[in-house]
Design a protein around this ligand. Structure first.
Ligand code: NIG
Ligand code: FE
Length: 417
């Protein structure tokens, strides 16, 4: 199958010679081709350029290509959501009402709600139920232009249910057109059964769960909720290093609610990313810039918890590679709308529209170790391409709270039109 997306107003390639996540001024370099076209063969991008250039260089391929006219539209790489809790049982709209009445996220969690409430529902749910529900969520992601989704476990907090969540994610990766990248997050909360002896749960994660996840290749990453009242920095360090020994790359939920030196820990253990970072310290931000740890910022979570957002502007200026994701989960961010979250990044973190596009494509790809495969429109990369029904990329965020995705091409196939 050969496809030619022809004559777009703007093709946002995001190409650069840099083979790493983008930092600083590079985050503003979108590398736009006006009146551009994209040639796709099978599941790969062959070339990006003007229609004439492509016709001259690839005359045979262009002659046989199915043409999609993108006149007046914007073409860009598929969006990458590098942080979700995709597979979960139940919903928590009751807690939303409690928070609107003044309760805090941590109060609700400490009273047995929050992650504990979803854990109960996820333990009770059948594999098939979780699979079908998550499949539908992925359909929604796809309609909004998201072509790759990271998915964390962490609503089992026992092996049986953690395994169930990871197997659901695996089956989704096999069957759904979206690429699902798996993260083990057994250390998402201390389960109620271990309330009096949290270190015993840490031992269980380290000695039993992590080895099984690694041996059965059920995840690539290992994540911990490092937060006052959840896992301490010492416990988090142990869990992340244990994962590393088994080949699981560290990720960390860091400095979300109270400063806890999570960003510093991320840099210290060589985490690929640190997420949330609402209250990360200056020291932690400096450490992450030096270690090249991607900051996965989640302004939708700050919005939904009525908290001040992470210091995204400062992080970009200090040279931290920044990505932006939804944090899709039933408690702190029940939305799949990455485009809306992109708008929040502009409004509440002082990031520019250009930086936000980088943060949701190539930098998000690097946050899940896919920077070589996706996140830009360049020859050889996977053909994950969007056609947006807007005249220029600024309109994507200016017309906010709307879905501008017209066509989604995933692995070289039109899957939304
Ligand atoms: O990333 N902060 C911890 N974990 C999730 C929320 C999980 C939940 O509330 O169910 C987060 O915000
Ligand atoms: Fe999260």
């Amino acid at each position: 199958m050969t496809l030619l997306i022809s004559n777009a107003n703007q093709v946002i390639t995001l190409n650069s010679n840099n083979q790493n996540a983008r930092t600083g001024k590079e985050m503003s370099e979108l590398n736009i081709i006006e009146n551009g076209s994209v040639l796709i063969e099978e599941n790969r991008i062959v070339a990006v350029g003007s229609k004439e250039e492509l016709q001259n260089q690839f005359s045979e391929l262009v002659a046989q290509a199915e043409v999609i006219d993108a006149t007046g539209k914007v073409v860009m790489p598929g969006l990458v959501d590098a942080h979700t809790h995709l597979v979960f049982g139940g919903t928590r709209e009751n807690e939303f009402q409690m928070r609107l009445n003044g309760a805090t996220y941590m109060e609700i969690m400490n009273a047995g709600g929050g992650i504990h409430a979803t854990t109960k529902k996820t333990r009770e749910a059948s594999f098939d139920h979780l699979y079908e529900k998550s499949y539908e969520h992925l359909n929604d992601f796809l309609k909004y232009g998201i072509t790759t989704v990271e998915a964390k476990s962490g609503y089992g907090l026992d092996w049986e249910t953690e395994e169930k969540q990871l197997l659901v994610a695996k089956k989704l990766q096999e069957n759904h057109v979206i690429d699902v990248v798996s993260t083990f997050m057994g250390a998402h909360a201390i389960p109620a059964e271990y309330k009096e002896n949290p270190d015993a749960y840490v031992d269980l994660v380290i000695n039993e769960m992590i080895p099984k996840v690694a041996e059965r290749k059920l995840a690539e990453f290992n994540d911990v909720f490092c937060e006052k009242g959840v896992f301490t920095p010492e416990q988090s360090r142990k869990i992340l290093l244990a994962g590393k020994e088994h080949g699981l790359t560290p990720k960390i939920h860091a400095d979300e609610i109270e400063p806890y030196e999570g960003a510093e820990l991320a840099a210290e253990v060589g985490a690929i990313s640190a997420e949330h970072l609402l209250v990360a310290s200056d020291q932690g931000i400096g450490d992450m810039a030096r270690s090249g740890t991607v900051a996965v910022l989640l302004p939708g979570t700050a919005f939904f918890l009525k908290a001040a957002s992470a210091r995204g502007r400062l992080m970009v200026d200090e040279g931290v590679p920044v990505a932006i994701s939804t944090d899709f989960n039933p408690g702190s961010s029940p939305t799949i709308s990455l485009p809306f979250i992109m708008n929040l990044a502009c409004m509440n973190m002082g990031m520019t529209m250009e930086e936000v596009l980088t943060a949701t494509t190539i930098n998000a790809a690097y946050a899940i170790n896919r920077g070589h495969e996706i996140g830009t429109l360049e020859a050889g990369k996977k053909a994950d391409v969007l056609i947006l029904n807007v005249a220029n990329y600024q309109q994507m965020q200016y017309f906010y709270g709307m879905n501008h995705t017209q066509t989604v091409i995933k692995n070289g196939v039109v899957v939304v039109d």
